[in-house]
Design a protein around this ligand. Structure first.
Ligand SMILES: Nc1nc2c(c(=O)[nH]1)N[C@H]1C(S)=C(S)[C@@H](COP(=O)(O)O)O[C@H]1N2
Ligand SMILES: [Mo]
Length: 571
């Protein structure tokens, strides 16, 4: 046999294995996700996504977040999933090559099989070996060991995911099942591929040419679709960024503005006119923003099996069932939350009436030992974060079980979540299972990825209505309205500028539901006679007299700053 046909043989073997591996890999990945959703089993894409975000500098994460928005984590997940399918495919292709070598080395007879469309009249060239079930088992075992002993430890999840809450037994079993599904399907699909088309009528060169042609068009189309998608996203962001460019000049103009006013302004509370798009003061549960690190699925916890332990630097560690927790004295409070990755003017900010147990009460029952400095929260999804003991003992730091009068919804952390007013949402640990008092420094999930540990909410204000780009008639009154939020320092004043930050006028504030919530504000704008485009901006002052920071900063690592502004047209 000449070297060209040898090379062609090997290419054909690899190709068939690759295709069979891809098909089997897609199915096996599906099984992996199913096990993850149903049993909370290990999902390799989650482990890799988590590791990727850990390696990614916060600024890069931020950039991706801005480029593809809140869907970033889904794209990351699907990207990794596709990568996983390709690894499966590659392992299929390589298996065929390696096995061929092994067969040749040990002088084993190869079974006569031909690649689809490759058969030639009168030729019995062996191209692709027929596979046996033990081939599937062998490949499955190899991948199983690779995932458990190399890949998972690489992501920091430990051998077979020993460090994850699902545990190593789950890792051994679930990865075993996924491996078996892959191995057996690989054998079936490859044999199907090599057997199904024995009666090809095309002659070899023609078939080869048309296949090559088909592959080329497929590749071209793929490149086109991906390229067009990327261009579209980039273009869209260029356009929307272009619209908000005046923000820059606003901030330059007001840079000299004092950043603390003493004494702070007295709030001018009044009536707020309901306007379309203005946020409801209390966000309904199904509209409350949702953020989690979990790329694919959030935990769904069975409250019968759920336990909460309070442990660490305490004299009497204890464990509570859900029932026991519900029986403890509860406190209700309105509190707004904002995600640290919220852009100025962004959507990751909401308000609810929460009910829960004071963390201070739990810690008192446990008896905090002298020398303790921090409290760590750990959750079902291997998330963790910590707060300082002084923060933990504040009377508004709650372990919440109810949200707007309803049982805490799954997406918001059922059965219980932390509420830590004044600091960003990331410290509000959902699906919590452990409260550990410690006497050393601890950096949580997002802190290990470069985000702020103290994480105080940065004063911000958002224009909800009208929507940017709205056109209004000269001479009319238009209600400009929105929300302002400072964490737990209240709001004393909100100012609106309709001339790019040169002149500011005070907005009316709605008296807030508590000192921990956002404040609704409204400014009735007497639309000027002069037609043209107007830049409308907003800024806030908290009850301590701190003025909102006009300097534009991205969310990473301390939370975004700058003034929100919209474009309006006067007709
Ligand atoms: N267990 C767990 N808790 C978590 C997170 C998470 O990924 N896992 N995300 C945090 C982040 S970044 C935010 S902003 C809030 C969001 O809470 P929400 O979805 O109820 O609005 O939850 C926090 N608590
Ligand atoms: Mo967040």
């Amino acid at each position: 046999m000449d070297t060209t046909s040898l090379r062609q043989d090997r290419a054909a073997r690899f190709r068939t294995g690759f295709i069979a591996g891809l098909a089997a890999g897609a199915a096996a990945s599906g099984v992996m996700l199913l096990l993850n959703v149903v049993f909370g089993s290990i999902s390799l894409p989650e482990a890799f996504g988590s590791e990727l975000t850990a390696l990614m500098p916060a600024a890069m994460f931020d950039f991706l977040h801005q480029l593809i928005g809140g869907d970033a984590k889904h794209y990351l997940f699907y990207g990794i999933l596709v990568g996983q399918c390709l690894v499966f495919a590659l392992s299929g292709g390589l298996y065929n090559l390696v096995m061929e070598r092994a067969r040749a080395m040990f002088g084993l007879p190869a079974t006569e099989q031909v690649e689809p469309g490759q058969e030639q009249a009168g030729s019995s060239r062996v191209l692709v070996p027929a596979l046996h079930m033990y081939d599937g088992l062998l490949l499955a075992s190899a991948l199983w060991l690779l995932a458990g002993l190399v890949l998972l430890p690489l992501t920091g999840a430990g051998i077979f995911g020993a460090q994850l809450s699902a545990g190593p037994i789950d890792g051994l079993l679930s990865l075993g099942v996924v491996g078996l599904v892959f191995g057996l399907l690989f054998v079936l699909v490859q044999n199907q591929l090599t057997q199904g088309t024995q009666s090809g009528s095309e002659t070899r060169p023609e078939a080869e040419a048309s296949r090559r042609e088909a592959r080329r068009t497929l590749l071209k189309r793929g490149v086109l679709v991906v390229g067009a998608g990327l261009l579209g996203v980039a273009g869209w962001h260029f356009i929307t960024d272009g619209l908000s460019a005046p923000v820059l000049s606003v901030t330059r103009l007001v840079k000299q503005y004092k950043n603390k006013i003493v004494p702070p302004p007295v709030p001018n509370y009044g009536e707020i006119t309901p306007a379309p798009y203005l946020s409801p003061e209390v966000t309904p549960n199904d509209q409350y923003y949702v953020v989690s690190k979990n790329l694919f699925s959030d935990p769904s916890v069975d409250s019968n099996n759920w336990r909460l332990t309070v442990s660490g630097e305490v004299s009497q560690p204890f464990t509570l069932t859900y029932k026991q927790l519900l029986a403890l004295p509860m406190q209700k409070q309105y509190e707004s939350m904002m995600c640290v990755s919220n852009e100025v003017g962004g959507e990751y900010m909401s308000n609810a009436l929460w009910e829960g147990v004071r963390l201070a009460d739990l810690l008192q029952s446990a008896g905090v030992k002298p020398g303790a400095t921090k409290v760590v929260f750990r959750a079902v999804d291997d998330y963790s974060d910590s707060i300082h003991l002084t923060k933990a003992l504040e009377p508004t730091t709650l372990l919440a079980v109810h949200m707007n009068g309803a049982t805490l919804p799954g997406g918001h952390g059922f059965p219980a979540r932390m509420l830590v007013p004044g600091i960003y949402g990331m410290k509000h640990c959902k699906w919590i299972t452990q409260i550990e008092v410690i006497n050393y420094d601890y950096q949580g999930y997002w802190q290990q990825r470069g985000w702020s540990d103290a994480a105080p909410v940065r004063l911000t204000a958002r224009i909800d209505t009208p929507l940017t780009g709205t056109a209004v008639r000269a001479g009319k009154v238009t209600f400009i309205a929105g929300v302002a939020f400072s964490g737990n320092r209240g709001i004393s004043e909100v100012d609106v500028s309709t001339d790019g930050g040169q002149n500011w006028q005070r907005a009316t504030l709605k008296k807030p539901l508590s000192g921990l919530t956002w404040v609704l504000w409204e400014f009735p704008w007497q639309v000027p006679a002069k037609a043209g485009s107007y830049n409308v901006a907003v800024r806030a002052i908290d009850l301590e007299g701190n003025v909102q920071d006009p300097n534009v900063a991205p969310p990473a690592p301390d939370g975004s700053s700058g003034y929100h502004s919209i474009a309006m047209t006067v007709l």
